[in-house]
Design a protein around this ligand. Structure first.
Ligand SMILES: CC(=O)N[C@H]1[C@@H](OP(=O)(O)OP(=O)(O)OC[C@H]2O[C@@H](n3ccc(=O)[nH]c3=O)[C@H](O)[C@@H]2O)O[C@H](CO)[C@@H](O)[C@@H]1O[C@H](C)C(=O)N[C@@H](C)C(=O)N[C@H](CCC(=O)O)C(=O)O
Ligand SMILES: Nc1ncnc2c1ncn2[C@@H]1O[C@H](COP(=O)(O)OP(=O)(O)OP(=O)(O)O)[C@@H](O)[C@H]1O
Ligand SMILES: N[C@H](CCC[C@H](N)C(=O)O)C(=O)O
Ligand SMILES: [Mg+2]
Length: 484
């Protein structure tokens, strides 16, 4: 592809050199370039990509996109100056892959919790409606029915557009994707053409990265600020940040709610551990999901489905055919009446939601035993709050390791313990070995009790100092239950 064709997709400040040069590949990582590549120098979180300009020049790149021109210019390289390389990379990646997001109806889902669930269900719903569809999510990506391993919630622009291209080539008409706050902030989604955006909720997470709640909100809001007028923007009217999200969007504004008047309303008629009778815009449907938070997700999916123009009657029927996402409120039962639930709750708010849901259903008839940890190298401020919220809503609490990454497991547990008063501490055990922690919780449970194993959900690894060791809460839980 000619450089000039790529450049027609971005706003350039200055070009020095030949714009008609042939580009053999588009890269933002100096370790991946080859002869004739276009290298985009992005200022990252750890390092400034501009640092690698001398290396890629020696490596034979044909052109370089950057925010700051190097002092020494080579006659063999075309230099393109832009005001924001990360934004440029997004648009260039779209152009490189033939703008696949314009050939699909792409729906983005953002918010602190519920992104994976909501995006996955929109994908499932498209398939139930008879369409080929794609999915980009924390758990797994799908190109029609082909599962592709997911490294990140929202991949970098090159991976993202490559996957969207594969979806279009496979005949997909729809795609759903999660838009993480990191991705929005780093412009990983720049250049994408969305048919719709959904906001789930905003509570505390990732303050290690965004520093303040306002900055975190601004990152999520930027997704809606950039939606085109042709798109729909569907927000949660019950969330404090719901209205703010749509303040500056050009998209068509719509709301969903479980509490007030909205375009799409959900009402829990009856709740059980294995399902809910839900009324969507007044129509009753039996769904295979539990909890108020899932009623929110389903109402959002229902709204998105109607805004995509699918048949309302068929959508209602298909809502009852949707099945829960791996590791999200996934129940396991022992033969003697103990239930264990594996859930991905890894924020204070998610723990509150999941534990309140369990308490509503169990009532005073059984005890709740919670096993939870917090990830290393992530938001430290949420640790004591997670422990406190879990202790408040559990009869017994076992603090353990999540992914310790580069931190000491005991130090993370100590941070969590800071949130507990003397009474809570008396009902709390600290067992850093997660397998031991789960086994202990299960062995403490009696008939009618519920063990909640929170934080890792679908993850099948434990990340310790850069190495992922196989570990799966669901396997450990099943093994422990079978030994009761
Ligand atoms: C902290 C963070 O978000 N980092 C992301 C970021 O990388 P970075 O800014 O650190 O990159 P960098 O290492 O500083 O490098 C800057 C530039 O120099 C280039 N480089 C670097 C080294 C080199 O030798 N040569 C070279 O050219 C890099 O390719 C890059 O273009 O941009 C990369 C490309 O998009 C991401 O893969 C990377 O995600 C890292 C791996 C990560 O762990 N991110 C997590 C926090 C994350 O994004 N999580 C969210 C989900 C959160 C949630 O669950 O809600 C997600 O979307 O997955
Ligand atoms: N709408 C919701 N509101 C609050 N909590 C929710 C909601 N949906 C799910 N949860 C809780 O949050 C956990 C994570 O759900 P999900 O994976 O769908 O969210 P996510 O936004 O994709 O998370 P991540 O950012 O880590 O990928 C669930 O296991 C559940 O405990
Ligand atoms: N994808 C999110 C959630 C991780 C969940 C938890 N298991 C952890 O490792 O902290 C993150 O990377 O922050
Ligand atoms: Mg997710």
């Amino acid at each position: 592809m000619k450089l000039s064709h790529l450049l027609s997709a971005i706003t350039v400040e200055e070009v020095i050199g030949n714009e008609e040069v042939e580009i053999t590949s588009l890269e933002c990582d100096s370790r991946k370039i080859s002869l004739g590549s276009l290298f985009v120098a992005v200022r990252g979180v750890n390092v400034d990509g501009h640092r690698f300009i001398p290396i890629v020049t020696v490596g034979g790149v044909a052109a370089i996109v950057c925010e700051e021109l190097p002092e020494r210019l080579e006659s063999t390289v075309t230099y393109v100056k832009v005001s924001d390389s990360a934004v440029a990379l997004g648009f260039l990646a779209s152009q490189w892959y033939g703008n696949p997001s314009r050939q699909l109806q792409l729906v983005g889902v953002t918010g602190t919790n519920g992104k994976t669930t909501t995006a996955t269900l929109i994908y499932e719903m498209a398939r139930l409606e008879g369409y080929k569809a794609g999915l980009l999510s924390t758990v797994v990506n799908y190109i029609d029915t082909e599962a592709v391993h997911a490294d990140q919630t929202t991949p970098d622009p090159l991976t993202l557009n490559r996957l969207l291209r594969q979806m279009v080539d496979a005949g997909c008409e729809y795609a759903a994707m999660e838009v993480s706050s990191h991705a929005a902030h780093q412009h990983r989604i720049a250049g994408l053409h969305f048919a719709g955006g959904v906001f789930t909720n905003l509570t505390r997470d990732h303050l290690d990265y965004h520093k303040t709640v306002d900055a975190y909100l601004a990152a999520k809001k930027s997704f809606f600020d950039n939606l085109p007028a042709t798109a729909f923007a569907l927000t949660n009217a019950d969330d404090k940040a719901g209205e703010v999200m749509l303040q500056n969007t050009d998209a068509r504004r719509h709301t969903y709610s479980l509490r007030t008047r909205a375009d799409f309303t959900g009402k829990i008629v009856e709740s059980r551990l294995d399902g809910t009778l839900l009324a969507l815009n007044g129509h009753e449907v039996e769904v295979l999901f539990t909890g108020r938070f899932n009623a929110y997700n389903l109402t959002a999916v229902y709204g998105a489905a109607l805004l995509l123009g699918w048949n309302p009657d068929r959508v209602l029927v298909d809502m009852s055919r949707l099945v829960p996402v791996a590791g999200r409120f996934q129940p396991f039962h022992s033969t003697d009446g103990v239930t264990a639930i594996v859930d991905y709750a890894h924020t204070p708010d998610a723990l509150v939601n999941v534990l309140s849901t369990i308490r509503d259903i169990v009532g005073g008839r059984g005890q709740i035993i919670t096993v939870v940890g917090a990830g290393g190298n992530r938001d430290k401020g949420k640790r004591p709050i997670m422990a406190r919220e879990a202790a408040l809503r559990s009869d017994r609490l076992i603090l353990t390791s999540d992914n310790p990454r580069d931190e000491e497991p005991d130090a993370i547990i100590a941070d969590m313990r800071e949130g507990l008063d003397a009474r809570a501490l008396a009902a709390t055990l600290c067992i850093a070995d997660r397998r031991e922690a789960i086994r202990t919780a299960v062995s403490l449970a009696k008939e009618g009790d519920v063990v909640l194993v929170a934080g890792k959900g679908h993850e099948d690894y434990q990340e310790i100092r850069g190495v992922k060791h196989h570990f799966d809460d669901r396997e450990v839980v099943q093994e422990a239950l079978s030994q009761l």
